[in-house]
Design a binder for this molecule. Structure first.
Ligand code: GNR
Ligand code: NI
Length: 173
């Protein structure tokens, strides 16, 4: 089932998520719900904080945007970076929890990410460019960090004010 996406400035988005020790049926259901919520949004990634659950799980599918016919969602439990390139890359990032706001963020161009899959198996992937930005963006969510934290205070406050205004106007419709 689709779950509501939490929008800034909700404190859950600033909460450090807890490691997942056991892959219970509740975690399996959460993963399925997050996948459904991500495709419905639509987004290329989603972290559990964004559906009000402070546990370390993210879902991703960076190819869905180009090819909406094929779905290859990846579920990452307890993801962490094991290597980051020195080379950097800039990407215009957005976030489902900061609707309709975009800004260029600089991050390592390639990263190696290790995580457990839904079977509890350890996996490792090397990703670059958009996928690298997405992995780092999602791990940031699990640490209570948002892409606007990489911007100047002026830009960050401007974006937050716009979203709050937008949300107020939406609330009265
Ligand atoms: O849908 C999303 N697009 C995106 C684009 C560039 C870098 C990161 C992202 S993730 C975002 C969905 C989201 O908010 N995930 O937390
Ligand atoms: Ni996000």
């Amino acid at each position: 089932m689709k779950r509501p996406i939490i929008i800034v400035p909700d404190p859950i988005l600033r909460t450090i998520a807890t490691p997942i020790e056991h892959i219970t049926p509740a975690i399996q259901t959460l993963a399925q719900d997050m996948i459904e919520t991500m495709y419905d949004a639509p987004g290329i990634g989603l972290a559990a904080n964004q559906v009000n659950i402070a546990q370390r799980i993210v879902v991703m599918d960076v190819h869905y945007r180009d090819d909406q016919a094929t779905r290859n969602p990846i579920v990452m439990i307890n993801p962490h970076l094991t290597w980051t390139s020195e080379e950097l890359s800039e990407w215009d990032e957005g976030c489902l929890s900061i609707p309709q706001q975009y800004a260029v963020v600089t991050r390592p161009k390639s990263v190696r990410v290790a995580y457990q899959d839904l079977n509890g198996q350890t996996q490792e992937r090397l990703v670059e460019d958009l996928e690298s930005h997405c992995v780092q963006h999602e791990i940031d969510h699990l640490n209570g960090v948002l892409f606007i934290d990489y911007l100047s205070r002026l830009k960050r406050d401007m974006i937050l004010r716009k979203v709050e205004k937008q949300q107020r106007e939406q609330a009265v419709l």
